[in-house]
Write a protein that binds this ligand. Structure first.
Ligand SMILES: [Zn+2]
Length: 329
């Protein structure tokens, strides 16, 4: 019975994966996203740049992704609105939007935000692990928002991008959530109470996110879940923790699956330890990550945990859709 109910829920749900990574290379194929579609995902947000990627690289990546999606319109679509996400679901297509991890690619110019939005970006965080001119990163000195960072939050709200605090520092994230006029998300972060890692978030961050009406989308990266542990039951401990604290209406999924490791897309001369500091279990090639094929098992586990149908539909994507509806325009 559990299996039947889980299968029915999984196919009825609008399944939203809040973050995934393809190689950041020009003319990069996105064919691997067929794995998301086959696993029942309806929408996925794809990274197009982090703080260390130069603007020229970010633009070439966006250009290639847009071209690939346009060439594969029978199964994939670039979606910029909730209506387009819903239409894609009805058409049996996987809808895709882009996200930015950081704000250095604005090069200090707020006008870049509208350009990125017009190119398909629908979600952004202000800092990637390190402190920058706008905000504090989770491996930085816990600085707050700079005046420029505060202006970015305001413009992100005005333009209707989803404001994302993953990879941000503790103080910065609290200041963003205090300032934002729209719901704020953590697109791929886990509970620090269960796994003490700087990339994970403390209880006050979880509480503040819920107060904005936002979503904590749990990541599938093993070192953030536990001891490089990608069992579904381990993810469920994080689901239970966040749902128990602020309610299942604030839980989502951002598996952060990295489709190709070691694809040589890091900028020349980049010092890996500057961005993923030693002593925090980072092993870019060896870290275990829950693949998109885990999605049906996640639905099954949510049923087994006793969540109600509406709660499960929310965790799988309805909650994130609510944030998009309140943000995108
Ligand atoms: Zn990330």
């Amino acid at each position: 019975m559990t299996g039947d109910r889980a299968r029915a829920l999984h196919s009825a749900a609008l399944v939203w994966d809040a973050h995934a990574c393809l190689p950041l290379l020009p003319r990069q194929s996105m064919a691997a996203l067929e794995r998301h579609r086959a696993a029942g995902a309806n929408h996925v947000s794809i990274n197009v740049g982090m703080d260390f990627n130069p603007v020229s690289q970010v633009m070439r990546v966006i250009a290639g992704f847009r071209e690939w999606i346009a060439d594969h319109g029978d199964r994939f679509v670039l979606a910029g609105s909730v209506a387009e996400v819903r239409q894609a679901q009805r058409d049996g297509k996987l809808s895709i939007a882009f996200d930015l991890e950081g704000s250095d690619m604005l090069e200090g110019d707020l006008d870049m935000l509208r350009l990125y939005r017009d190119l398909g970006v629908r979600q952004i965080h202000l800092a990637y692990n390190r402190d920058n001119a706008a905000a504090g990163g989770c491996h930085g000195d816990d600085v707050g928002l700079s005046p420029f960072g505060r202006r970015i939050v305001d413009r992100v709200n005005d333009l209707g991008l989803i404001m994302d605090c993953s990879h941000s520092g503790h103080r910065t994230s609290l200041e963003i959530m205090e300032r934002s006029r729209r719901p704020v998300v953590f697109s791929h972060s886990n509970a620090r109470a269960l796994k003490d890692h700087p990339r994970n978030i403390r209880d006050d961050q979880i509480d503040a996110c819920a107060r904005t009406g936002g979503v904590i989308a749990l990541s599938g990266i093993g070192i953030f879940l536990g001891a490089n542990d990608i069992r579904v039951e381990t993810l469920m401990r994080h689901v239970d923790y966040v749902a128990g604290r602020v309610g299942p209406q604030h839980v989502g999924l951002g598996l952060d699956y990295v489709f190709e490791r070691g694809s040589a897309d890091l900028p020349p001369g980049l010092v890996v330890g500057d961005w993923w500091p030693a002593g925090h279990e980072y092993d870019l090639d060896g870290m275990a990550i829950m693949p998109p094929e885990s999605l049906p098992a996640i639905t099954e586990a949510l049923v087994e945990r006793g969540f109600g149908d509406d709660e499960i539909l929310g965790i799988l994507g309805g909650n994130y859709l609510r944030v998009a509806a309140a943000s995108w325009r």
